[in-house]
Design a protein around this ligand. Structure first.
Ligand code: FA5
Length: 343
C-alpha cells in the first residue's frame, strides 16, 4: 500500500531532520514542518477519508504510531538541546546559576540615634514632649536672650560658625530652643526636651567634636525646685545606664541658670581608674543644668515672681561613649562601617 510506504518515509525523514536541528528555534521550525497542519503526516491523516473501509484502520494505526514517534523524539531532543545550551553557557560565561545570591547588607540606626531614641522614651515616660527648634539661629537667641549680652566673656566659650549675614549663626547649644518654647507656650506650664545638632568653634579631640547633638530639657511652672531637677536627672541616669549607676552633681556656672550644676557619671570606659575619655578623673560630664535664670524667664514671657523652672543640656555622643565604652568621639562622624556595624 503506497500510503503505508509514504508514512515510513515521513517518519524516516522526520527523524533525520530532527537529528540535524541544534537549537530551540530549529526545533520549533521542525515542529511546524513535520507535525504542523501542512505537514505530510497531517496530509496522511486527511487522506484517510478517501481510503476503503479495510485500509483505514491499518493506515490510521500506523499514522498514529508515526505521530507518537515524532512527538516523542521531539520531546527528547528538546530536553537535550536545553541541557546543552545551559552547559555551553556555564562553560562559556563562567556564571554559576546555582550559586546563592549575595545578601544585601541591612542598614541600621546610627549608634547616637539609638541613644537619642532611648532618651526620648525615658523622658516621654516622665511627661516631657519633644520640641524641635532650628539649627540656624540669631545671635539674640543663642546668646542675648540667654543672659549672655554682647561682649560677655561666656560668648568666647560658645564661639561658633558665623554666616555672611550679620547676627545669623549656627547654634552652639540647644538652649536657644528654651526661648522658642517659652514664647510659644507662655503662660502655660512647660515640660519639653529639645534635641538637635549643635556646632562649635572647638578643638576636636577624643572627647570633643565641633558638630554634635544635644538634648535640652526645660520645665517651667509654679514651685519647681532644684530638688525636682536633681530627682529628674538622677532618675534619668538610672533608667538609661543601670539602677545602681553612680552620678554626682558639681556646682558650675551658666549665665542662663542660677544656681547651676554639671552632672557626671562614673566612667565606664576605665571604671573610675582614669583614662583619656574622662581626662583621668574617673567621671564623665554628660550634662549641664540649673534653675532657669529670672532674666531668661522674662525673655521667655514669664514672671519669675510667679513661676520657676529647671533646664539641662546633655551630650548624647558622650552618653553613647559611656554606654558602649567607645574611646574616641571622632568615630561617630568617620562613616567607617566596621565601627557602625557593631551597634
Ligand atoms: C551647654 O551647652 C549648656 N547649654 C547646657 C545647659 C543647658 C546648661 C541648660 C544649663 C541649662 P556645655 O557646653 O557644657 O553646656 O555642653 C553640654 C553638654 O554637651 C556637655 O555636658 C557634653 O555632654 C556635651 N558637649 C559639650 N561640648 C561637646 C563637644 N565638643 N563634643 C561633644 N559633646 C560635647
Amino acid at each position: 500500500m503506497d500510503i503505508l510506504k509514504e508514512l515510513d518515509v515521513i517518519e524516516k525523514d522526520g527523524l533525520a531532520a530532527l537529528a540535524a536541528a541544534e537549537d530551540e528555534d530549529a526545533l520549533a521550525a521542525w515542529r511546524t514542518a513535520h507535525l504542523g497542519r501542512k505537514s505530510g503526516l497531517m496530509a496522511a491523516f486527511d487522506g484517510m477519508k478517501d481510503l476503503s473501509k479495510e485500509e483505514r484502520p491499518q493506515v490510521g494505526r500506523r499514522a498514529n504510531e508515526v505521530k507518537q514517534a515524532l512527538e516523542g523524539a521531539l520531546e527528547k531532543k528538546l530536553v537535550a538541546v536545553r541541557q546543552a545550551t545551559l552547559e555551553a553557557s556555564l562553560a562559556g560565561e563562567h556564571l554559576d546559576v546555582s550559586l546563592p545570591g549575595r545578601a544585601l547588607p541591612l542598614g541600621r540606626l546610627h549608634p547616637v540615634n539609638q541613644t537619642l531614641r532611648r532618651i526620648y522614651a525615658i523622658f516621654a515616660e516622665m511627661g516631657f514632649q519633644v520640641y524641635r527648634s532650628r539649627e540656624v539661629e540669631s545671635d539674640d537667641y543663642n546668646f542675648t536672650f540667654l543672659n549672655i549680652p554682647a561682649h560677655h566673656p561666656a560668648r568666647d566659650m560658645w564661639d561658633t560658625f558665623h554666616t555672611d549675614r550679620e547676627g545669623v549663626i549656627l547654634r552652639t547649644h540647644t538652649s536657644p530652643g528654651q526661648i522658642h518654647a517659652m514664647r510659644e507656650y507662655c503662660p502655660e506650664n512647660i515640660r519639653v526636651i529639645l534635641p538637635g545638632m549643635v556646632y562649635r568653634y572647638e578643638q576636636v579631640t577624643t572627647r570633643s567634636e565641633m558638630q554634635f547633638n544635644q538634648v535640652e530639657g526645660l520645665a517651667v511652672g509654679p514651685n519647681i525646685t532644684f530638688g525636682d531637677l536633681k530627682g529628674t536627672l538622677t532618675d534619668f541616669a538610672r533608667r538609661l545606664f543601670n539602677p545602681d549607676v553612680r552620678t554626682r552633681f558639681r556646682a558650675s556656672h551658666f549665665p542662663f541658670t542660677e544656681p547651676s550644676a554639671e552632672m557626671d557619671v562614673e566612667c565606664f570606659v576605665c571604671m573610675g581608674d582614669g583614662c583619656s575619655v574622662c581626662k583621668g578623673t574617673g567621671w564623665l560630664e554628660i550634662l549641664g543644668s540649673g534653675m532657669v535664670h529670672p532674666t531668661v524667664l522674662r525673655y521667655g514671657g514669664y514672671d519669675p515672681e510667679k513661676v520657676s523652672g529647671f533646664a539641662f543640656g546633655m551630650g548624647p555622643e558622650r552618653i553613647t561613649m559611656l554606654l558602649h565604652r567607645i574611646t574616641d568621639i571622632r568615630h561617630f562622624w568617620r562613616n567607617d562601617v566596621r565601627f557602625l556595624e557593631q551597634f
